[in-house]
Design a protein around this ligand. Sequence first.
Ligand code: XMP
Length: 317
Amino acid sequence: DWTSEIFADITIAELKEQLGNDKVVLGLSGGVDSSVAAMLIHHAIGKNLYCIFVDNGLLRKNEFEEVLESYKHMGLNVKGVDAKDQFYKALAGISDPEGKRKAIGRTFIEVFDQEAKAIKDVKWLAQGTIYPDIIESVSVKGPSATIKSHHNVGGLPEKMNLKVVEPLKTLFKDGVRSVGRALEIDHKILGRHPFPGPGLAIRILGDVTPEKVHIIQEVDAIFIGMMKERGLYDQVWQAGSILLPIQSVGVMGDERTYERVVALRAVASVDGMTADWVHLPYDFLSDVSNEIINKVKGVNRVVYDISSKPPATIEWE
Ligand code: XMP
């Protein structure tokens, strides 16, 4: 729509003015916000924008390769960095949700700092912070909680002596998507469900291991893939799967099994501040459950989360 086109035009002009010939570094997450922020800045300063896309080993199945390809297609100057092992090492043995967020945040800063230093004379750090990020971190979880670790690379700007630029901070998610459409960013990127910065680490209750990541990636790929096939994906604000830290008894053939339980979650929302669980069709849930239990080794039970926010949250951690 025209308001978004005007927002984009004005913002690009302002960024040009503000950034001049300076070099800017930006961490892409694969999500809508950082992608739209990157494109606005790219239109303003072109190759002086250096994007870094870190594979933290906590992304969805095949996400890193697919999204990196889309970014290159969009003309972005982007470097993909495989830091999986570094993140798994930092997370080893940590079960507490905030502990995981901190370990991920710290590791992200280490990796990002190293990559950014390799680009000489960077002046700015760009972030895809949007308005609800600011409200959520201030009012909902308390001012000291660093919940948005992929936006909030706290400590980094000071450490690297960088100024911060956040072109989306007055917008809500819907607004970001329409600005993205005004910039003609592919629906494959714009239509993506929100995904937390700490990724699958906070969808694995308990400690994180590469084996657990693999299981939840497979489960999630089936759930999300089938939502897309049945035309349900675009009707839902956010969906995902959670690996529970328990085992349950089952039976396969004439053998007793004792394996993992996964929960599926799908919510309707406008801005993530409140959310209702989605009444996905029983037939669909039934097919997804069968597919998961048949295909994913180590899982013998699937449950569906029927809690809304508040009092529950969207994520389980
Ligand atoms: P909750 O679970 O608080 O989630 O209802 C609201 C929205 O925020 C996302 N979320 C996060 N995003 N870092 C992020 O970047 C985080 O630590 C984090 N925790 C939750 C969540 O996926 C939902 O979209």
